[in-house]
Design a protein around this ligand. Structure first.
Ligand code: COA
Length: 295
């Protein structure tokens, strides 16, 4: 079966595609920038000359990430402890960013929470927690940054998903939250366009090496089978997503706003339940253990 796979998509770093000083003098404000996809996007943007502030709940993780990002890019990175559910902490992070860098050009709303649970196993607080982090957190981040992004005629990038485009079992909370994020971005694009501000959504498919994927994807033998089923021969990488982030903030995307970009190598078009149905909803605990490699 492996021999019939003819092609595996390469990932060229964005530094080979865009000029090195593309974002010189620009400043990125990124929630969730301490790890995963958002850290990868921050690195790619810094590699093109921008400084960055990264916001997250865990200061030690942020400080370590900021050090790494500066070492990898030669640009300044400011770690700002904050919780997107608490507007005051975001306003403090924005004030610290302005004090350090004097401006904010680009905002990535990337802080997110996820776990696998069927609706019947979700408490009201569990549902609310994810909606508060993803949707309300995006709203709070927009509110805290918008005066500065208007001033710089900058852009927003919201990290969403593709899983809510069709029903995904165990993801009701995230689906509702991400649908809200997509809607917020579209309205932002329309309301802020006349102020010179753009807003887009980046919707990663299954991306290797992320906490989300580690929590949600098949392990072991199932993982090998799964890789062979991707249209481009592999899962996505953080670099794949970062490249699109660089494009969307670049002047090459000056007329791109109010869009949702899937970076999923066409996975969404071939997606089916990877676990038997209706077993997946009738025995959720067993199927969740199967997905997580515990059975
Ligand atoms: N199944 C069902 N409910 C769950 C759950 C699970 N696997 N994990 C958490 N919850 C519930 C909790 O029980 C609690 O509800 P309760 O008060 O009714 O018991 C509610 O969710 C809040 O959980 P808590 O751990 O107190 O919230 P938190 O704010 O500390 O963290 C998350 C919530 C979602 C952020 C946490 O799961 C997390 O840290 N995730 C890591 C980040 C992540 O998921 N990154 C990947 C993004 S794609």
């Amino acid at each position: 079966m492996a021999s019939i796979k003819a092609f595996v998509a390469p990932t060229a770093p964005s530094t080979e595609t865009f000029r090195a000083d593309l974002f010189k003098g620009k400043v990125l404000f990124c929630t969730g920038g301490g790890s995963g996809i958002c850290k990868g996007m921050t690195e790619a943007i810094m590699k093109h000359g921008a400084s960055a502030a990264i916001v997250g709940r865990k200061l030690d993780r942020l400080q370590a990430a900021a050090k790494e990002l500066t070492a990898a890019t030669g640009q300044k990175c400011l770690p700002c402890q904050g919780d997107v559910r608490q507007p005051k902490t975001l306003h403090d992070a924005v004030a610290a960013t302005i004090a350090e860098f004097g401006r904010i050009d680009f905002v990535i709303c990337g802080a997110a929470g996820n776990f696998l649970a069927p609706i019947s196993g979700l408490s009201e607080n569990a549902f609310r927690t994810v909606v508060e982090i993803d949707t309300l957190g995006t709203f709070n981040t927009i509110k805290a940054t918008i005066p500065h992004v208007r001033k710089s005629k900058g852009a927003y990038l919201h990290v969403s998903a593709t899983l809510h485009w069709r029903a995904t079992p165990f993801q009701a909370h995230v689906s509702a939250a991400k649908a809200g994020v997509d809607a917020l971005s579209n309205v932002l694009a329309v309301e802020e366009g006349p102020h010179g501000v753009r807003s887009n959504v980046l919707a990663p498919g299954a991306i290797a090496g992320t906490e989300g994927m580690d929590r949600l994807s098949a392990k072991g033998k199932d993982a090998e089978k799964r890789d062979m089923m991707y249209p481009l021969g592999r899962m996505g990488s953080i670099g794949d997503v970062a490249n699109v982030g660089v494009f969307l903030f670049s002047p090459a995307a000056s007329y791109v706003s109010g869009q949702v970009f899937a970076v999923d190598g066409a996975q969404e078009h071939i997606r089916t339940f990877q676990v038997p149905y209706p077993l997946s909803v009738l025995e959720p605990a067993k199927v969740r253990d199967m997905i997580q490699g515990k059975l």
